[in-house]
Design a binder for this molecule. Structure first.
Ligand SMILES: CC(C)(COP(=O)(O)OP(=O)(O)OC[C@H]1O[C@@H](n2cnc3c(N)ncnc32)[C@H](O)[C@@H]1OP(=O)(O)O)[C@@H](O)C(=O)NCCC(=O)NCCS
Length: 181
């Protein structure tokens, strides 16, 4: 199902055809460096199917990113709830390595932030990562997130020391207006 469009991207649920590409991305040690290590095909399929089911149930999820120009599957971006922080919605991103450095994660995230603030009416959205994950932190800062706190978070059975960044609806609206002017 198609959900959101940006200038260059289609944000949608995962299709059967995405699964081998998503598995290749999730098996790449460079992509998985701060995600608990490479995933098997079965685990990768499971998270894609879980993401689609979250979309069905809650109208948000960690979903597929496709390039409009040629239909290429680039990776994942979207919104979800962390088990350990049930009151917050987190934004996340993960792209195949060859698609880094082109602004796709930031572009996809901007669309999901608009959706989160305008359609879901969220008061704030957080983003968490390991402190050394400088590329992810750079995306957060580009989007206007600021440091909130340190936390210890469980993801897929693995605990990690996370930095938590946050963006409020008011700060997002201010940044969004400034960017459009
Ligand atoms: C985190 C991740 C998604 C960031 O991807 P990214 O491509 O670096 O991020 P962006 O989409 O914001 O792209 C920004 C870069 O594109 C460049 N760029 C090129 N064309 C651009 C355009 N048209 N618009 C905007 N930026 C553009 C920017 O200058 C910037 O370059 P830089 O990396 O040299 O600073 C990626 O590194 C990744 O998938 N990592 C592995 C998974 C992961 O760790 N996820 C986070 C878990 S918490």
């Amino acid at each position: 199902m198609d959900i959101l469009r940006t200038e260059r991207l289609l944000l949608r649920t995962f299709t059967e055809a995405d699964l081998p590409r998503y598995a290749a991305l999730n098996a790449d040690p460079l992509v998985a460096e701060w995600l608990g290590g490479p995933l098997s095909r079965a685990d990768s399929d499971e998270i894609a199917l879980w993401a689609n089911s979250r979309w069905e149930a809650h109208r948000f999820g960690l979903l597929a990113v496709e390039r409009l120009a040629d239909g290429e599957f680039l990776g994942m971006c979207g919104l979800h709830r962390l088990k350990d922080r049930p009151d917050d919605v987190e934004i996340g991103w993960r792209l195949a390595h060859r698609h880094w450095g082109q602004g796709y994660a930031t572009e996809a995230a901007r669309a999901w932030l608009r959706y989160g603030f305008e359609e879901l009416d969220l008061p704030r959205i957080i983003s968490t990562t390991d402190e050394p994950n400088v590329r992810s932190l750079a995306v957060m800062r580009r989007l206007g997130f600021t440091f909130l706190e340190h936390d210890r978070i469980e993801d897929n059975g693995q605990w990690f020391d996370a930095v938590v960044y946050a963006l409020t609806r008011e700060d997002w609206a201010r940044e969004d207006r400034a960017r459009r002017d």
